[in-house]
Write a protein that binds this ligand. Structure first.
Ligand code: GDP
Ligand code: IMO
Ligand code: MG
Length: 428
């Protein structure tokens, strides 16, 4: 019996899509438990590249069950666009392969409008959201006015809830922000079409996931975003609106903590961030530009250039603690090949002390000065390495430092975007 988590250890885009697809080979079920189509997960198989946002990265296999959990916010328009895109590239998404939780919250057109106008109203203090309506949808969930998938399955319930919401949101949009009101009928008719298309996929997914675990099937929980974007433990308010950490699995898929057997933190060999907010090891010089170009660090969802910086071990140690990681999978170590020297941050100088955790207050975090340890780089290109011993000695020293500092082993090293560019070091 096993149920394991794959989650982002930094600010997202660590290679979760690649690692989920790779690890899904030995799994039976892949479950998304939080976030929505703000995620952009890239999977490369052979010479084909797939970009997934809402659908779990196990979908490229014919035989796996993929589950969208109750903790996910579902934009039906984006969902069907993704299903159609997958069909266009030869991947069929059928109700045998995909289940959607009846408890998941729906992203509605007014959530997307509110995401945009609220960001604009924040001016210089904008978060740099993906504009997909994620924050406003989770706001409604917590405020208890959200519309769930199960509501959409009942025409009258949906009609009433939509009426209440459109009235309330139009007041906010027009009276507070001076925007244009939305038309109830247009949304209603559009969503009724989605309802019929969605119906065969809708299930009580907690029951399905539980039964699969009980039957001895291997279940993989695929995280979106990363630890430092977590609503509680991230760099608030420059975060997303869900729990991206391991605890999110329990609430976002209806699974008890004792069912989870392991948690793998996906860590990029350096650090990136897209959107606003603090980033202690950010590089503003040509080294940062070099990493961005070599690592193709541009967003999958928004196309924005990602901010790049040195590997921050304080962040990885924090992730290991908060999510109880059993191992790390380190990705993009190949990108660093060719650098004469590489640095890692091993602590923050703060108020005359050295700390190895991320402080809650952004004002305190701004005062933190990263302490770096420098290592010799490796110039041999390593995308063809297929065993740990194929890696250059200096790359191994770099990896050892990660294990030593975080107290967490490295189970996988990824040396390229494709499935075959993966080195298994130990059990996950
Ligand atoms: P995710 O959001 O965590 O799934 O990551 P993204 O897909 O947004 O970004 C990771 C990018 O790095 C994608 O373009 C992947 O194809 C690519 N990638 C993943 N692992 C590796 C690796 O080990 N080496 C290289 N060079 N690219 C990788
Ligand atoms: P994956 O799963 C990187 C960031 C946005 C913004 C903040 C809030 O591909 O790693 P939101 O639209 O969620 O309200 O935006 O979170 N963000 C991500 N950054 N990778 C992601 O997903 C992200 N999803 C959201 O850039 O700073
Ligand atoms: Mg991504």
């Amino acid at each position: 019996m096993s149920a394991f988590i794959v989650l982002g250890a930094q600010w997202g885009d660590e290679g979760k899509g690649k690692m989920t697809d790779y690890l899904a080979e030995s799994a039976d079920v892949v479950v998304r438990f939080q976030g929505g189509n703000n995620a952009g997960h890239t999977v490369e198989v052979g010479d084909k590249q797939y970009k997934l946002h809402l659908i779990p990265s196990g979908i490229l296999y014919d035989t796996k069950l993929n589950v969208i959990g109750n903790g996910v916010v579902v934009d039906p328009k984006a969902l069907f666009e993704e299903i159609d895109y997958l069909k266009g590239v030869g991947v069929d998404v059928t109700p045998e392969k995909l289940m959607i939780s009846d408890r998941a919250q729906l992203i509605m057109p007014y959530h997307k409008v509110l995401d945009g106008i609220k960001e604009k109203a924040r001016g210089k203090k904008d978060i740099g959201t993906t504009g997909k309506g994620i924050g406003p949808c989770y706001t409604d969930k917590m405020e208890r006015s959200g519309i769930r998938v199960c509501d959409l399955m009942h025409k009258e319930v949906f009609e009433e809830k939509l009426k209440d919401n459109v009235d309330a949101k139009n007041d906010i949009i027009t009276k507070i922000y001076g925007g244009d009101s939305l038309d109830f009928s247009a949304i209603y008719n559009e969503y009724l079409e989605y309802a019929e298309r969605m119906r065969p996929f809708v299930k009580d997914i907690s029951v399905e996931v539980f039964n699969n675990i009980k039957a001895g099937k291997k279940v993989l929980f695929e995280g979106a975003q990363g630890t430092l974007l977590d609503i509680d433990y991230g760099t608030y308010p420059y975060v997303t609106s869900s729990n991206t950490i391991a605890g999110g699995v329990c609430t976002g898929a209806g699974v008890g903590p004792t069912a989870i057997t392991s948690a793998v933190g996906i860590a990029k060999a350096y650090t990136t961030r897209v959107g606003k907010g603090p980033f202690p090891t950010e590089l503003f010089d040509e080294t940062g530009d070099w990493i961005r170009e070599k690592g193709h660090e541009y967003g999958v969802t928004t196309g924005r250039a990602r901010r790049c910086g040195w590997l921050d071990l304080v962040i990885l140690k924090t992730t290991a603690r908060i999510s109880g990681l059993t191992s790390f999978a380190v990705t993009k170590i190949d990108t660093l090949a060719g650098m004469e020297k590489v640095k890692v941050c091993t602590g923050y100088k703060f108020d005359g002390k050295v700390i190895d955790y991320v402080p809650a207050s952004l004002e305190d975090l701004a005062k933190c000065e990263p302490i770096y340890e420098e290592f010799d780089g490796w110039d041999k290109s390593i995308e063809d390495a297929r065993s740990y011993n194929d890696l250059p000695e200096n790359a191994k020293i770099y990896l050892k430092k990660i294990e030593e500092f975080t107290g967490t082993k490295i189970s996988i090293v990824s040396v390229g975007p494709r499935r075959d560019q993966t080195i298994e070091v130990t059990e996950i």
